[in-house]
Design a protein. Structure first.
Length: 202
């Protein structure tokens, strides 16, 4: 079993190059196909890294088989373009009485979407989850079968502040993993009673 520490630092040949933000999975096979890495720098971009470019995975660090220059040449995860949007603006006039008028101004604003296939889903840390008994938490990491590359467990943090526990649940027990809004799962995956307790802080 191999863990995918989303949020971990990422190193290329020559030093640190960013951190992992998303794991892209194929919805029909549940295989992890690519890792998304946010580059370091003043104007960082998110890059899609194929799994065969991952050399080593540790609990807090991922090492890639590439240079920072090669990483910068990989496919972008987000596509950003400008769209027109209406922005309300209130104008008030003082006379015998105060009169305010709302005008809607058209302006260009940046919009971005994920560059993935319709049959794929990008998973990130922090997705809200709910246990079968009503407890809530958020997704932390993924556990992948080394031989097949398929997700086996979803690691989530559940409980109340001060009593957090980290558990891993079988991917088959995660509901609505295929539904998504703006690239994220739609609704809330549930935790089954078969969850495995990985760590519970004192």
């Amino acid at each position: 079993m191999t863990g995918i520490p989303l949020g971990a630092e990422v190193e290329c040949r020559g030093g640190a190059c960013g951190h992992a933000t998303h794991a892209i999975i194929n919805l029909s096979t549940r295989r992890v196909t690519r890792l998304v890495v946010k580059e370091r720098g003043l104007h960082p971009k998110h890059r899609q890294v194929p799994l065969d470019r991952i050399a080593h995975v540790a609990a807090d660090r991922i090492t890639l088989r590439c240079t920072r220059r090669e990483l910068a040449g990989m496919r972008a995860f987000f596509d950003t373009h400008l769209v027109q949007a209406a922005r309300p603006r209130w104008e008030c006039y003082a006379g015998s009485y105060m009169e305010c008028v709302c005008r809607h101004l058209r302006e260009w604003v940046p919009s971005k979407h994920e560059c993935i296939r319709p049959t794929e889903l990008a998973l990130r840390p922090g997705i809200r989850v709910r246990t079968a008994d009503g407890r809530e938490g958020s997704m932390k990491d993924l556990l992948m079968e080394r031989a097949t590359g398929c997700i086996a467990y979803v690691v989530v943090c559940v409980g109340e502040p001060g009593t957090w526990e980290t558990v891993a649940i079988p991917v088959a027990d995660v509901s609505r993993i295929g539904g998504r809004a703006s690239g994220w799962p739609q609704g809330e995956p549930r935790l089954a009673s078969s969850a495995v307790d990985l760590h519970r802080p004192d």
